[in-house]
Design a protein around this ligand. Sequence first.
Ligand code: PMP
Length: 435
Amino acid sequence: MGNSQDLYKKAKTLIPGGTMLLSKRPEMFLPEKWPAYFSKAKGCKVWDLDGKEYIDVSLMGIGTNILGYGNDEVDAAVLNTIQKGNMSTFNCPEEVYLAERLIELHPWADMVRFARSGGEANAIAIRIARAACGKDKVAICGYHGWHDWYLSANLSDDKNLDGHLLPGLDPLGVPRNLKSTVFPFNYNNFNELEQLVSNQDIGVIKMEVSRNKGPENDFLQKVRKLATDKNIILIFDECTSGFRQTFGGLHKLYGVEPDMAIFGKALGNGYAITAVIGKKEIMEAAQKTFISSTFWTERIGPTAGLKTLEVMERERSWEIITETGSQIAKRWQEIADIHNLSINIIGLPALIGFSFNSRNTLAYKTLITQEMIKKGYLAATSIYVSIAHTNNVLDGYFGELEKVFCKIKSCESGQADINSLLEGPICHSGFKRLN
Ligand code: PMP
């Protein structure tokens, strides 16, 4: 771990916050000990800078690689594109083919715009929707990126976004004039949204289809009806949920169609490509405002997207990862039961997580990462499942994890002290300024 830790120390002097993505901060896993940088990745294996090999049963590139790291077919398509040329004064035809494909998969949509990150795609969708409806106010539920429009939700109360994936986001640098343009509502709380819509002139509702738990009492159907009745544009942010449980948006599973949807993360199996799809009359508003960027025209993203969809369809990857994730949940519960530990399992099967019902939950999470890394596993308390997570991989993982659960049991029963088992600081649970 020598090389990695030195490099990370240097990174913090050169890069404010150390990394570009909060979720890749070593402090989010195992402060002072997490290897942090990779030299190679393939399937569900990652090699650090010292050449040490790990099996990734954690965030798998933060959900980008459903087909495993370095998928041969996707990489071959990308290499072919590189050989032919990634950039030119002309546009790449793949963007048209990929647009067509996404619409085939979501027949309610007519048009597509592409970007290269989820936050960007979210900002594009909001701009188009606001331009189309002529209203400023947006109701949101979930995490939708780092841009001003979203963080402005925290201007009136810096705890507004706390229930929406990332607590503690400070809207410093976001113009105060954006105050009272974005209003959060809680998932499955239809009354709250209804109130919001009757008190504010909401033009857009943007939400994740499901994150930690599924919809209850026809929540999505009710939101759809409210949006239709009040002439509000409904956007589903499927950056994370897309392609994990259906071949496309999770909304297909629930039979509720939005007016726009956003895809990111898994669409290019690790290559940068994100998309906004929507109904023609709304998407056409992109022409009335100005939305344009040079690198949205590069060719690797759409190439990877097309090949990823082809492989996903053939392998039916969403079925494989959903089944694997359900098995993981079952096996977590089994080893918790064996040791009489109380855990809470949440998330889509293919993005499954658990927490201990204990005041030491974060310390136990840190212990899992600390002990599992010694055995060659990148592990915490959630897994973005990929098709590379075979039964063999899981058998090895559970064999080691059970031993850590055993240690946690001794802490819970007072026979051991979690603080003396931990060899470094407890991991962070959200956004914090680094020293
Ligand atoms: N929307 C959702 C639902 C997400 O989960 C994420 C990423 N976690 C984003 C938007 C932002 O995407 P990105 O990190 O690619 O900007």
